[in-house]
Structures are given as structure tokens and as C-alpha cells.
Design a binder for this molecule. Sequence first.
Ligand code: HEM
Length: 279
Amino acid sequence: MSDRTSPYSPIDPRGWRLAMGLRPLDLAAWLEVDEHRDAELALKRQLLANAFDVVVATRPAGHEASLELLDEVRANLALHHPDVATGPSLDEHPVVAASRLVQEDLCVLVRDDEWRLAAACVCFPSRWNLATKIGTTLDQIHDTVPYYDEQLAAPTRSVFDRLGPERSFWRLNWTLIDSSTLHQPTAARRSPEGDLAQWFFRVERQTIRQLPETRAVVFTIHNYVTSAQQMCDVEPDFAALLLHSLDTAPERTLEYKGWHGVADRLRLVLEERGHGRGP
Ligand code: HEM
């Protein structure tokens, strides 16, 4: 899945920082369809056949909202991607049926005392494990993320409470990782070894929208994985921006991301190539 260039390159030129980075979402752009659709849907079918319990987790509280999600996915594809075939669904949980139709991973959150993950089909996790997150709150889902508690927990809860069917958002997360494999369900914080050709720039395009009937929130994640070498080839500033982020990330973030020693390795590679200066 690495023979593409990411359509998104969200490295902040000011250096590493945690940010909400929410932008208003036009529902015409809720789901993205690209030339990797057939391959990614085939991979989903394979994972659903062979690793169902790793990629799907549901609670009864998420069932009704998942039915609404399936309807919304079908309607959205029919309206905005009419060339994409959707066919009849199998007799299975609606979050799974919906997920088979799109490249995105799908998470349904329902509010009781707090917003909780109530149903999800996540075939392409970026080193996290769905079974440990199902039924938990936004804060608990993120308790592994350095500085989330101090910097993002309150604003994220507040955004969820202020969503509406006409008020949706999207945001980007990125990481540097040592594998182009989309399905990475274990939290191995390995540092990328070797050279730019063996490193991958992994961008998650995430959307957050509230369904009009059940008022559940749907969180979608679309992964774009590109070789770091390719990013450098197509984006002249990429290496310098990446190096600046690695240099400014705090210790706990380096640990969480598996980035220890990566800045020094990147600096060496860039010096050998004669363009190592940060912005
Ligand atoms: C405004 C909403 C949200 C914000 C600002 C946010 C922010 C973040 C950030 C900054 C990270 C760290 C990623 C990294 O640096 O590699 C993260 C990780 C994660 N987020 Fe969110 N997130 C949001 C909503 C959600 C929702 C709704 C879910 C529901 C499933 C979710 C699930 C996760 C998971 C599973 C991880 C990985 C945690 C781990 O490594 O154990 N996020 N999020």
C-alpha cells in the first residue's frame, strides 16, 4: 500500500505539537474513494474472515446507531460516489456491513454518562488494539497518548457535546513508522531502522459527525501510507519539516511514537545527501 503519495502532508512547520486541528466537514467529502479501494476492501474481507475478533468490537448500545450508519454510508456513496457499487449487505452487524463498503475504519460512539465507544470495525489500526477500547470513554481511549489529558481531553469532550448533524469536522494525525502494513493491531513502539526507503509516513484522515436520528457520533479513519523516500522526492521541504518535528517532540512523545534515535539517523541520511538543515 506504499506506492502512492499521501494527498495530505500535515507536518506543522512550527515543530511537534498536539493539536485538535479540526476543520468543518462538508458531508460530500465524508468518505474518500481512491484507486486503492478494491485492494483495501479485499484486505478488509480477508481480515474479517481471519481475524474478526481483532477488527470488530460491538456493544448492544451501538446497534441502533450502526443501523443508521449503514443507511448513511449507502446514501452518501449513492449521492457522492455513484460509480461505486454497494450491493446488498450480508446478514451481519451493521457496523461491519457499513465498513465493507468504504476504505475508512468506522467507530460509533454513544453518549450515556459520557461518550463511549459502542461499536467499531477497525481493520487498519495504527498500533492500537480495539478490544481494549470498546465500551470505554474518550479519556480512557486516549490514556496512552502523552499530554492528551492536559491538552486535548477537555476540548475533545466539549467538541463532542457541541456536534450536530449539520456540524461535522475532520482532522489529520500523522506518524513515522517502520512498516507499510495497514493492519497493525499491536502497540509496538519500535523505532524505524535503516534509511528513508524503509520508513513510512502514515497519515490518518479522521472525520467526526453526529447522526441525525440516533444522535450517535461516527468517527471515521482513512489511512494513507507513503514511503518517506517518496514524500522527500515529491515534497522538497518534507525531510526538513520531519526532522524539525522529531527534534522538537518531547521525551514522552518520542517513547510513545517509537521515535528514539530517529532524528539522528535522519540527520545522517540528509547530511550524506547534502541537505540536512531544519526550517
Ligand atoms: C476531536 C477528537 C479527537 C482528537 C483531537 C484525538 C486526538 C488523538 C491524538 C493526538 C492521538 C495520538 C496519535 C499519535 O500521535 O500517533 C490519538 C490517538 C488515538 N485516538 Fe484519538 N482523537 C480524537 C477522537 C478519537 C475518537 C472519537 C476515537 C474513537 C475510537 C479515537 C481513538 C484513538 C485511538 C484508538 C488512538 C490510539 C491510542 C493508543 O495508541 O493507544 N480518537 N487521538
